[in-house]
Design a protein around this ligand. Structure first.
Ligand SMILES: C[C@](O)(CO)[C@H](O)COP(=O)(O)OP(=O)(O)OC[C@H]1O[C@@H](n2ccc(N)nc2=O)[C@H](O)[C@@H]1O
Ligand SMILES: Nc1ncnc2c1ncn2[C@@H]1O[C@H](COP(=O)(O)OP(=O)(O)OP(=O)(O)O)[C@@H](O)[C@H]1O
Length: 303
């Protein structure tokens, strides 16, 4: 028997970041949108916990107990007093260390898959609590759609979205470490008064209306200056996307993936071609959002 769960990447259409808290985290107003780039996580019974990974970035994915998918299996098994004896296979299409919550996605998917495989009976609320222990982005990977994340981003309120948004994503030549980007945010803000993070009403309206022009006027990412400071070449990629007609160009989360909001599928193709030809990025993908969160794709009886 095996269970396969498909799970999407995310882009942050607003990422408002407050001052560092005593625990080192930052309060956020984090507006997440799930987009149609997916990892697929398959779990099947095994003698002991084992992780394998396939995909273009597979070499950068840890296969030991630090993998978020392994940590998810261990967390659920620990709560049920059982052994996490499971083979977790990750078919990875979400860029690694790209600011699109790839590891978080695998954590949410593995948790959901193990809950099904083991008939562990964890409720939605228990799954969300385990997700929040695993990482700030993990709860959103489970629920998908669009949501406002407050606290460190793990406290979610679902958001209405009145249409489909068309995106282009440009993956960079190397990754960026999320903690390093938050540290750079702190360094750049030293001595400044950092306001409390709040969700932008115009942005929430634009999402509710499904209006790409209005959304483009409202997107923001407080981590962008920090990501650009650590990875200045990203400014060139952003400029290429803007020049190719994107309505908005921004760094996705902690970066270094850059995200381009376009009017429609045709404009997305045009911007994608210009970005591919520019030589300023590694790969270019188009995707639409919102899409649902972690979803069981199938069970197989074969071992
Ligand atoms: C940048 C985002 O991807 C935007 O969605 C998230 O805020 C990061 O979420 P994540 O990768 O799940 O982050 P976590 O695994 O919870 O934390 C990794 C590190 O990021 C920093 N971190 C993360 C979230 C947050 N609200 N404040 C932080 O300062 C901390 O240094 C933390 O040690
Ligand atoms: N299943 C996983 N897939 C990818 N990376 C993982 C996984 N589990 C742990 N990691 C570790 O997490 C690091 C960050 O990878 P990830 O792809 O999650 O970054 P990210 O998309 O920038 O995260 P976020 O957007 O949530 O900040 C990797 O360099 C790797 O060491």
């Amino acid at each position: 028997m095996s269970v396969t769960v498909r799970v999407p990447a995310k882009v942050n259409v607003q990422l408002a970041v407050g001052a560092a808290r005593p625990d080192g985290f930052h309060d956020l107003a984090n507006v997440f949108l799930a987009v149609g780039l997916y990892d697929e996580v398959t779990v099947s019974p095994a003698d002991e916990l084992r992780v394998t990974c396939e995909g273009p970035d597979a070499a950068q994915v840890p296969l030991d107990g630090t993998n978020l998918a392994a940590r998810a299996a261990v967390a659920l098994a620990g709560r049920r007093g059982i052994e996490p004896a499971v083979h977790i296979h990750i078919a990875k299409d979400i860029p690694v260390a790209g600011g699109m919550a790839g590891g978080s996605a695998d954590g949410a998917a593995a948790l959901f898959a193990c809950n099904t495989l083991w008939s562990a009976g964890a409720s939605r609320a228990e799954l969300l609590a385990i997700c929040a222990e695993l990482g700030s982005d993990v709860p959103f990977s489970l629920v998908g759609g669009a949501a406002l994340g407050t606290g460190r981003g793990e406290q979610l309120t679902a958001l209405e979205v009145g249409g489909t948004f068309h995106w282009v994503f440009a993956m960079a030549e190397r990754g960026l470490s999320t903690p390093a980007v938050f540290r750079e945010f702190d360094r750049l803000g030293e001595g400044l008064d950092i306001p409390e993070p709040v969700a932008c009403e115009d942005l929430l309206d634009a999402l509710a209306k499904g209006d790409p022009e209005a959304l483009a006027g409202a997107v923001s990412n407080d981590l962008q200056p920090a990501a650009l400071s650590l990875f200045p070449e990203l400014a060139d990629t952003l400029a290429v996307g803007r020049g190719a007609g994107a309505l908005a160009a921004l760094v996705s989360g902690s970066g270094p993936t850059t995200a381009f909001l376009t009017r429609d599928a045709e404009s997305a193709q045009k911007a994608a071609q210009a970005l591919s030809a520019s030589g300023t990025c590694r790969t270019v993908r188009t995707a639409q959002g919102p899409v649902p969160g972690a979803t069981v794709m199938g069970h197989s009886a074969a071992r």
